[in-house]
Structure formats: structure tokens, C-alpha cells
Design a protein around this ligand. Sequence first.
Ligand SMILES: *[C@@H]1O[C@H](CO)[C@@H](O)[C@H](O)[C@H]1NC(C)=O
Ligand SMILES: *[C@@H]1O[C@H](CO)[C@@H](O)[C@H](O)[C@H]1NC(C)=O
Ligand SMILES: [Zn+2]
Length: 462
Amino acid sequence: MNMRYISYDTLMIRLVVLYIDDKIGSDWPGRWTHVRKILARTGPFAHPDFEPGPEVLEFLQKTCKVLVVGAGGLGCELLKNLALMGFGNIHVIDMDTVDISNLNRQFLFRPKDIGKSKAEAAAQFIMSRVPGCIVTAHFKKIQDYDEDFYRSFHIVVCGLDSVIARRWINGMLVNILSNEDGMLDPSSIVPMVDGGTEGFKGNARVVIPGMSACIECTLDLYPPQVNFPLCTIAHTPRLPEHCIEYVRVLLWPKEQPFGDGVEIDGDDPEHIQWIYDKSLDRATMYNIHGITYRLTQGVIKHIIPAVASTNAVIAAVCTTEVFKLATSCCNPLNNYMVFNDTDGLYTYTFEAEKKENCLSCGQTVQSMEFSNKAKLQDVIDYLTQAPEYQMKSPGITTYIDGKNKTLYMPTVPSIEERTRPNLKKTLQELELGDGQELVVADITTPTSIVFKLKLIVTMTDD
Ligand SMILES: *[C@@H]1O[C@H](CO)[C@@H](O)[C@H](O)[C@H]1NC(C)=O
Ligand SMILES: *[C@@H]1O[C@H](CO)[C@@H](O)[C@H](O)[C@H]1NC(C)=O
Ligand SMILES: [Zn+2]
């Protein structure tokens, strides 16, 4: 490494630290000049409710409580932007720890942070650099917190690489809505700004739960996820796909099962079988269910690398939206922005529409239509494969003869074993009649969803 570079860098850091030490607790001249210009007067794109004045900046600095979900590639950018914009009360939640492979783009982390909580390291870094900004870290899963936690924020902004987590947060923000006399109580709305990136492509969207399209309303826009960050694969597998990726990316090169230098051939059954067997071992170790031969073959695809510039663009859009929502200084994005700089630069916005019978924010009861000859497995397949549901490992219970009955429960091994035979039974054999309510639980949603069964009775010839 170039020594001259290091000493110059160290000198600059010392100068910055000295400068900040001197200014802590106070604003230096010109610190808010630009933000104040935006907040001091109104304009043609301002929201009708906008009241310009110094109180708006004060609200950002003292009162407005923002939750950043995810402290990875997007999360680092989001935190830095919000802090420099003047947001003074930021919370960040992430269950992951810093991996060496993060350091090229997750710029709030340093080699000394490897193995530490991303949320805590990011919070410390921001607070050491941006005077007056308090960042509260949560080294937790999003599922570890309840409605009261999420209700306590003015705005939630997500920088996640997982569709499941994004759907769960969306479900939570829909759940905390309250109605008064059939009218949505505006004070129960916590807007969600969501960013996503994959290679050179990205999107940003604004969801006003209960009012505009939510994540589930437009679920068919998300292709099923096949790429995962290396740190998750290596250290915190949560999905069957993580286990398969672990074998593909880490175990195969190490063990070279078909001879030195032999690459994985996705069409070679022996290769897939080997990966399948090893994935099963790892899944068992982490108590993860759902590895199948077919899934294994499906996952054996190319990883799209994370691109720092895409994260920067998408986080800039997201934090601008958070700023607009918090201050009303400008109308928010309505409501979905697409970015693609694979070849040149292509970007546009459109208004995603709210779906009347949305699984999450719709007001109608969900229904499923099956023949009485259909098997319970067909119901599970439908819930996992239909583009509008894309569930991961649904469990189904029902209320029958005055009792709750578990039809299938994949998440608890002993219950899974006991209920597995039901998968092969027909709905008729399970005594599920027309109008029967099936209660479906899945990791994509914080609460169970009730489906009304519509049974088509078909006669057989024999
Ligand atoms: C992104 O741009 C590339 C190159 O122009 C194009 O092939 C691809 O289909 C675009 N993807 C999306 C999702 O718009
Ligand atoms: C059945 O399950 C529901 C939902 O989990 C619960 O509210 C209800 O009390 C249960 N009923 C009985 C009889 O166990
Ligand atoms: Zn919806």
C-alpha cells in the first residue's frame, strides 16, 4: 500500500476530527444555508399543507423520528444522507454483522468493524461525523419488534435486499392503521419509502399505507428473488436458497467434488444432486426447511454483483422522498420510480395502482377456488406459486367441529412430521367444505391471512 497516501489520509482525518471537536453541539456558519433555502419559502411544487419557516428544520432536527430498515449497501447511503440533511433522530435496524466483502461499498464500516453489528457500527460512525445527529441502533430482526415500535416512527425507509422483509414491514405498517367510523385515521399512517437495487437496476417507491398501492398490491412486479449477499449465505442463512448458495459459492470451490477445476453444470443431475445433498445438511444444521431438488436447480444461477453507484442513486431518491414527506416542501413521488443504467441511462416513474383485493391492504376477504378432489399440496403450491401471493412456507390451520385444527405446519419439525400426510389428502378427505375458512401463516406477513375456500364439487366416473 502507498504510505504517502495513508499519511495524507490520516492527516485529513485528524483535521476533520479537530474541526468537529471544536464545533460539537453548535452549528458552524453556513451549515444549514441550503436546507433553509428550501424550507424558508414555498414554491409551485409544494404540498398545499406546506408552511415555510424555521420550525420545519427544527422539526427535522428534534422531533421527526425516522426508521432506516437495513444497514447494508443502501442503508449506509440512507443514513449518511438523512444525517447530513438535518434529520436528528434516526433509528436503524439490521440483524447482520459486518463482513469483509461489505467494505467496498458499505462505507460506514472499517476493517475493525468486521464481525460487529452493522446497525451499531453504522450508528457510531454517523454520530462521530455528524454533530447533533442521534442514531439509535437495533441489532435485531425486524420480527423482534411489535406494532408499538413501528407505530412510534413518523416515516419508515427501507434499504433491504430481501423481498420477504420488505413485505413483512409493509404488512406491519398496514396492520397499525386504525379506522374511526369506517374512515382511515390519518394519524395512524406511517409512510414507507422503499428502495431496491440489483446490479445496475434499481427502484424507489413511496407507499402511503391504506391510501396508495402497497408492496403486496404490486407483488407481480417483483420477480422471484434468486440472488443473496455473501455475508448472509456465509453467516446467517434463513432460507433454503441461502443454504444452496452456500454450497454453490463456498463449498463447491473448496471440495471440488468432481475433480479440480470442474465448474458447476446446472444441467448435470450429478452436480445438482451433490449440491442438493450438501444444502440439505446445512439446512438441517440451521433448522431450515424447504430444500428440494427442483429448488436447488433453480437457485444455481449467476449472482448479480452489488453496484455502489446504483445504491447511491436509489438512496438519494429515497432520502429526498423522506425529506419531502417530513417537511411537505414538495409533493412526494407518485409513486414508483425505475432506474436502469445498464447501457446509457433509462429512468421513468409511474403510478402503481392500489389493488382492491390486495392481500395486505385490501378490504375484501380472500378466497381460493379448488375442486374437492384437489389435495392440500395443491393449495400449498398455489400459495407459493401464484404471482399475487408468492408465499415461502405457508402453514395452514382451520376451525372445524369447534376446534382449531392444524392442516400443515412446515416451521415446527415435530408438527411438520405429524401433518405431512395431510398434504396427500384431498380437501374432501380433510372434511373441508365450501365456505370453510383457512388461516394461512407465512414469513412474508406479520399476521395470518384468512382465505375462504370455494369448493367446486366434481363427480368422478368410477
Ligand atoms: C435495462 O437496460 C438494459 C440495456 O438497455 C436492457 O437490456 C434491460 O432490459 C433493462 N432492464 C429493465 C428492467 O428495464
Ligand atoms: C383458534 O385459533 C384462533 C387464532 O389463532 C384463536 O383466536 C382461538 O382462540 C382458537 N380457538 C380455540 C378453540 O382454540
Ligand atoms: Zn396493498
